[in-house]
Design a protein. Structure first.
Length: 228
């Protein structure tokens, strides 16, 4: 009986220790910018600049080294009181761990899609924007998905168009983009459309990233470690 009680006590102690470890585990910071640069398309100095941006956004509401949805919306719109399909969809694409918060590992690579003037921006933004519109994650974009995103974008701009006008916009979009005439837009068709009309990506820039590229021209600033 005593052995049984001791076993239960030991098990409880293990569980408590595990819970404490998870409770007090701190989010990782920028431990090795050189290693991260080797794993991504960023230089060391760009990684460090992104980390400064990450710290700024992650401390906007709660200074915990993580970005929650409220802080993310604050970065997108300079307000945390705005409900938006666009903001929710972008956050979900960043949140690859699906836990409702972003650490720096999740933040760095997708951010490239939102960096003004970065040489790889267009290529990755086309891919990211396709995922943004592909709400059902089917590998193609349907008419209703385009309408949802158009309505969301207009709402963010404070524009109020009639449903007839919105339907006309979607008709023209599909008339031009749906070259295979199958009632949907695949990745190849989306890429062609976006390259012909770059203005479709005008929302794909975080205000904070506009700020950081102003502070650090060409998105490069002095690094603690020399780039190789």
């Amino acid at each position: 009986m005593l052995q049984c009680l001791e076993g239960v006590k030991h098990l409880c102690a293990v569980v408590v220790n595990c819970c404490d470890a998870d409770l007090y585990k701190q989010p990782k910071g920028l431990e090795d910018p050189e290693a991260l640069a080797r794993e991504t398309v960023f230089s060391v100095s760009e990684i460090e600049a992104l980390y400064e941006l990450f710290k700024k956004i992650s401390s906007a509401v709660i200074d915990d080294g993580l970005i929650n949805k409220e802080e993310f919306q604050l970065a997108l719109f300079k307000t945390n009181k705005k409900e938006s399909l666009f903001a929710d969809r972008v956050f979900d694409l960043f949140d690859t761990k699906h836990n409702g918060i972003l650490d720096f590992e999740e933040f760095d690579v997708p951010s490239l899609s939102f960096i003004p003037m970065h040489p790889l921006k267009t290529k990755l933004t086309v891919s990211f924007s396709f995922q943004l519109y592909d709400l059902k994650q089917q590998g193609f974009i349907e008419r209703q998905e385009v309408k949802q995103m158009v309505v969301a974008t207009l709402a963010e701009s404070g524009m109020n168009l009639s449903d007839d006008v919105i339907e006309s916009i979607i008709d023209k979009t599909f008339e031009e983009a749906d070259t295979k005439h199958d009632g949907k837009i695949d990745k190849e068709e989306w890429r062609s459309l976006v390259l012909r009309h770059p203005s479709l990506l005008k929302n794909m820039t975080l205000q904070y990233l506009k700020d950081i590229t102003t502070t650090f021209p060409s998105f490069v600033f002095h690094s603690q470690v020399d780039d190789t």
